[in-house]
Design a protein around this ligand. Sequence first.
Ligand SMILES: NC(=O)c1ccc[n+]([C@@H]2O[C@H](COP(=O)([O-])OP(=O)(O)OC[C@H]3O[C@@H](n4cnc5c(N)ncnc54)[C@H](OP(=O)(O)O)[C@@H]3O)[C@@H](O)[C@H]2O)c1
Length: 322
Amino acid sequence: MQKVRLGSSNLEVSALCFGTDLIGSKIDRQTSFRLLDLFREAGGTFIDTGNFYASWLPGCKGGESETTIGLWMKERGNRQEMVISTKLGFDYPGCPGGLSAAEIERECEKSLRRLGTDRLDLYQAHRDDPETPLDETMEAFDRLIRAGKVRAIGASNLRAWHIAEANTVANANGWARYSVVEQRHTYLRPRHGADFGPQICINDDVRSYCRSRNIALIGYSTLLQGAYTRPDRAVPLQYAGPDSDARLAVLKGVAEEAGATLNQAVIAWMLQSDPPVLPIIAGSQPAQVSENLAALNVRLSGEQMRRLDTAGDPEIKQAWLR
Ligand SMILES: NC(=O)c1ccc[n+]([C@@H]2O[C@H](COP(=O)([O-])OP(=O)(O)OC[C@H]3O[C@@H](n4cnc5c(N)ncnc54)[C@H](OP(=O)(O)O)[C@@H]3O)[C@@H](O)[C@H]2O)c1
């Protein structure tokens, strides 16, 4: 699998990232190992997890995903080949959440232990923490980097202005800055005012900020839980409407021309977008993961990308772009 440099960080990762929130919980250990093997055999090295995955499931208390990844890396002896991204910020049993210095130090140690490693390749703020001063958070992250426990830091679910402010504070103090941004992103566009709770979508502001500062963009919820292809999964209400109808029609046409499934066309579109958005792919069954991995073989032409990009745009914008 092709490798890419993550923004201005020194991390080189596979072109696709594997999402693991349900690994070792809803997905049993044996299947989890099989899915991770599949990703690794395809050349995948980049894995996304989080300290509190999957504490929201009955019988889970958080840490299940990290622990399972740790066991898999130990059994396969492949820690050195993998690039592990984990996050903190949400509360879960034994952890109040937030981005205070104490919390960052404590949760880092817990994640290191569960993953069975001595460093986190990418450590991300999973959400905003308005209660903690930005300089406290950024200094705490920087301390972890200086101690060799973390290689790079990222921001997930923070608004563009907030990421910019945090990086300004970091720059002014000579601390490490966020070199990665991970937000919700798929081909369909959320309706104006759509509410995803703490999740923040990629928008024009974050795109333009990240491009100008060489910050890598990572997208999650890429396939809307399978809604592009599965009759049992409705397109979430936050996306429903004429814009999505227009975009789905164009997506279907382009996927057919490219000999790709709709899921693969979405992943290929993200990879080829400008700026590119590195897709997190996930699945609970090997066939799903294989289908998603095969999106790497889909090459969309410039004309197909333009059609996909502009689908649903009001005529006036299309005229402006010409
Ligand atoms: N930073 C953040 O705040 C944040 C938030 C959410 C997620 N994430 C990351 O992103 C990862 C994925 O999140 P997500 O679950 O929301 O992603 P998603 O791409 O929207 O959904 C993945 C689910 O879609 C179904 N699916 C996947 N491939 C399919 C295929 N080819 N055909 C049919 N169905 C398919 C599977 O559902 P079933 O298993 O039910 O069959 C799979 O579990 C998480 O594991 C996590 O690592 C990060």
